[in-house]
Design a protein around this ligand. Structure first.
Ligand SMILES: Nc1ncnc2c1ncn2[C@@H]1O[C@H](COP(=O)(O)OP(=O)(O)O)[C@@H](O)[C@H]1O
Ligand SMILES: [Mg+2]
Length: 325
């Protein structure tokens, strides 16, 4: 059950690459045991946002804003505090499981190194093996003895992905971040892994933020959904707010489109995604929007609250909501 207490609070977060803002003024709360799905086209800033939530920066990145995890400001953490945080606090399932593993090491050593890297205590190999085995069984992997002795290239894509999920669970984090953790799988396996994640979430009392370019898949499990466009959170709300009562023309286009494997929905939408540049002072979606007016081309829309947790960045939000646009 989702609880009322926040596990994470993000306030006015900006992340830039070489002084150009990519993630632009993002704020949201995540409650204990809540699952947030973040959806948007390829290149809109999803990975940059997710990595920033655990203070992981790429070269050339800088960050501004507040990030409160269990009430503590992560932007003030030391490197040593962050090392422990990235296992016992927040862990990440990467986008490409296979690429994230060292092909010269067995799965057992991978688990052992992972647990050791982010732990505040020494962990024996037999203990990490046992823990990993238990978690893999929960993810419906059979014959975990054999998997532990295997090398990554001896496993299928679905198995690698489950190994990564088990690895993310090893240090008993409170929050798991997933960067399209299922997008390399076919839709049936995606749904299966999503259901397994849901069971883990309940059993271990964790919160999750998962990126996807497929609203359909993520809406099977998400409590809240955020739609990103041009580095901004253009619409946010509960699953029903987004799936049944969405207002932003981009959200509606996403819901109507079937994205390709790269997350592009361009076939269902005229025009191209925005190019990031400094001093953007218009609605990023304006060039592709059927409801665009003069002000949309000269001003940046702020959040309009539509009730409860539902908010949308559109000048015409109210008209679109009551059907008079
Ligand atoms: N290494 C980099 N250097 C400079 N800009 C980058 C780099 N990586 C990503 N970007 C910029 O950040 C934008 C968002 O990237 P990313 O967060 O990976 O998007 P997503 O995960 O939504 O596909 C890209 O469109 C690009 O403009
Ligand atoms: Mg990405």
């Amino acid at each position: 059950m989702v609880q009322s207490e926040n596990i994470l609070k993000v306030e006015n977060l900006y992340v830039s690459y070489d002084n150009v803002n990519i993630v632009r003024n993002i704020s949201f709360d995540l409650k204990k045991q809540e699952f947030l799905g973040i959806v948007g086209e390829s290149g809109c800033g999803k990975t940059t946002l997710l990595r920033a939530l655990m203070m992981l920066k790429r070269r050339g990145n800088s960050m501004k804003g507040r990030l409160l995890f269990q009430g503590k400001d992560l932007t003030k953490f030391s490197e040593e505090e962050l090392r422990i945080l990235r296992g016992e606090g927040i862990s990440m399932i990467p986008q490409n499981a296979f690429a994230a593993m060292d092909s010269t090491k067995t799965i057992s050593s991978f688990f052992h190194e992972t647990v050791q890297m982010h732990s505040s205590q020494k962990v024996a190999r037999k203990d990490s093996d046992r823990l990993a085995s238990d978690l893999m069984k929960k993810l419906l992997l059979q014959d975990t003895e054999r998997i532990l002795k295997s090398y990554p290239f001896e496993l299928s894509g679905g198995m690698c992905q489950r190994v990564m999920i088990a690895a993310a669970m090893l240090n008993s984090p409170k929050l798991i971040l997933g960067d399209e953790p299922t997008s390399a799988l076919d839709v049936t396996s995606q749904l299966q892994v999503i259901r397994e994640l849901e069971l883990l979430k309940r059993e271990y009392d964790i919160s999750m933020i998962m990126i996807s370019h497929n609203v359909g898949v993520i809406s099977r499990i998400a409590d809240t959904i955020a739609i990103m466009y041009g580095g901004r959170m253009v619409e946010y709300g509960t699953r029903d707010d987004i799936i049944k009562d969405s207002v932003h023309p981009y959200t509606k286009a996403l819901l109507a489109a079937v994205p390709d494997r790269e997350g592009n929905i361009s076939k269902g939408l005229p025009g191209l995604p925005p190019v990031f540049e400094e001093g953007m002072s218009s609605c990023p979606f304006a060039p592709r929007c059927a409801y665009c007016q003069k002000r949309c081309e000269t001003q940046l829309p702020e959040d309009v609250t539509l009730g409860g947790r539902h908010r949308v960045q559109c000048f015409r939000a109210k008209e679109l909501q009551n059907g008079t646009a």
